[in-house]
Structure formats: structure tokens, C-alpha cells
Design a protein around this ligand. Sequence first.
Ligand SMILES: C[S@@+](CC[C@H](N)C(=O)[O-])C[C@H]1O[C@@H](n2cnc3c(N)ncnc32)[C@H](O)[C@@H]1O
Length: 186
Amino acid sequence: MIVRAGGVDSLNMRLDRDVDVLITSPPYLQAQEYIRSFKLELAWLGYGDRLTELARREIPYNNPPSVKVNSEAYARVREEVRRLDHERLLEIYDAYFRSLVHFLDNNHGRVGRVIAIFVGPTKIRNIRVPIDEVLREHLESLGWRHEVTLVDRIVSRRLFKVDKNPATGLKDERTPTEHLLIMSKN
Ligand SMILES: C[S@@+](CC[C@H](N)C(=O)[O-])C[C@H]1O[C@@H](n2cnc3c(N)ncnc32)[C@H](O)[C@@H]1O
């Protein structure tokens, strides 16, 4: 997905024609803050006056409608996140899945054959969030069939390994795998 400064936000996006395949790579929960990381580049490209708007629309720091996420994994992990007693983390968790589900709800009807989604099972604190499982369950509730989930181990992009994450003090364990969820139409 790309946030174009012209205002294209995947939450407002509707496919304007039928397609065979939808492939997307949404953010991996709060693993990256894209707008903050690329502030300078965006300013150089002439979008400096729109940074606030872009940041406000960025998943999962945005404010999506409270659509229903049809997934037991979502509810199970949400309960674990809720027990952390950290309001902002729970908001991020909900905003993330509501955003993705809202986009899929709005667009899956125009997809004829395959929906493919790249995601990594990122962590919130020490809770691993099975993003692809949540999306699989939700798409199944919309009538899609799970074809396969391809798993790639991320090794090449790690520059160094530390025992503890200096920011959180927790055991350092970056997203170890990247998953490609492939769903097909029943
Ligand atoms: C994992 S990256 C995928 C990047 C993509 N494969 C590419 O080459 O541009 C997730 C992307 O989703 C974008 N994003 C975040 N919130 C969005 C939104 N509301 N609408 C559209 N894209 C969004 C991020 O800025 C980031 O570029």
C-alpha cells in the first residue's frame, strides 16, 4: 500500500473494476512508523505541508470505523493485549485490524480469484500477533478459502543481534518470519 499525498488512503479506497488478483503488503502492526521515518524524503519530494495529514491516516495510528473483525485469533490475542493494561497498545491493535478488515470488506467483492497478503507475525510487547491467521479467518468468514501460507525466514536483513531490545528492555526477537497468505475464491 502506498499513502499518496493526493489523499489516497486505503481505508477510502474502492476498486473501480473487477480484478483477478489482489496483492498487498500492509504495515506489520507498529513495527515501523513510515511517515516519521521518511519525513525528510517526503519534505524533499514536496509533501512537507501534508506530513500531519499522512501521519493521521497511517495504519495503525489512524482512526478507522469500528468494523467487526470475524476472527477467534483476533479476540484471543486482543484479550492478552488488554491484560497489559496499556490503553494505547490496545488502540493500536484495534485500529490495525479494523483498518485492514475495512479495506478487505470494501474491496474483496471485486476480486475474482486470489487475494494474497504479505505480513509478518510482529509482537506487541512480548505477545506475538498472528496477523495472517486473523486475516485468514476474516476472509474465510467472507467466503474465501485458504489455499496456502508461504513462510520465509528473515535472515539476510539482520545486521546485528542483541540479547535485549534497548528500547523495551525485553528479550530481543525481531520478526523472524515473513508470511504470504494466499486465499482463493470458493
Ligand atoms: C509493509 S509496507 C509495504 C510497502 C509496499 N510494498 C511498497 O513497495 O510500497 C506498508 C506500507 O503501507 C503504507 N500505509 C500505511 N497506512 C496506509 C493507509 N492508510 N493507506 C495506504 N497505505 C498505507 C505505509 O506507508 C507503507 O508504505
